[in-house]
Design a protein around this ligand. Sequence first.
Ligand code: PNS
Length: 161
Amino acid sequence: MRRLAIYPGSFDPPTLGHLDVIERASKLFDEIIVAVGVNSAKKPLLPDRYRIESLQESTKHLPNVKVEGFTGLLVDFVQSKAALSIVRGLRATADFEYEFQMAMVNRRLASEVDTVFLMTKWEYSYLSSSIVREVATLGGDYSGMVPPAVAKVIHRALRKT
Ligand code: PNS
């Protein structure tokens, strides 16, 4: 049986912490689908296409990783792929409550699906998409916080605003 895991998130923008989690997960599972939440109610910094394409570019060295967009309930997407695992990154205790709640709701909705938490590298434990968004929109240097392909699309998105 192929072990397939779904790594969902908003990825607005994807960070080096996300990439670290993807690389770790790609060693633990046979296949990873990075599932980019496409939510028309939210106004993201990066349009859906930029988030998906920059993640595809940033993970092209990982042959068992695919990137796709998803809408609606995460567990519906997970079940449509016949996956049994959701991967989420965990940084500090501040993440725990939200992650615990989400894992419990997802298990209630789909009891066969488990959430697996992976810790990021020490140097990324402070990093979040919201920090990158703030630094980027205020004109700071975010290049060491995101993969190069992501830095390129942030630059492009900010030029258009
Ligand atoms: O990176 P994020 O913003 O923490 O990712 C959150 C995401 C997209 C994984 C979460 O909002 C989600 O699963 N959205 C889909 C809707 C859903 O299934 N909600 C019920 C579970 S809480």
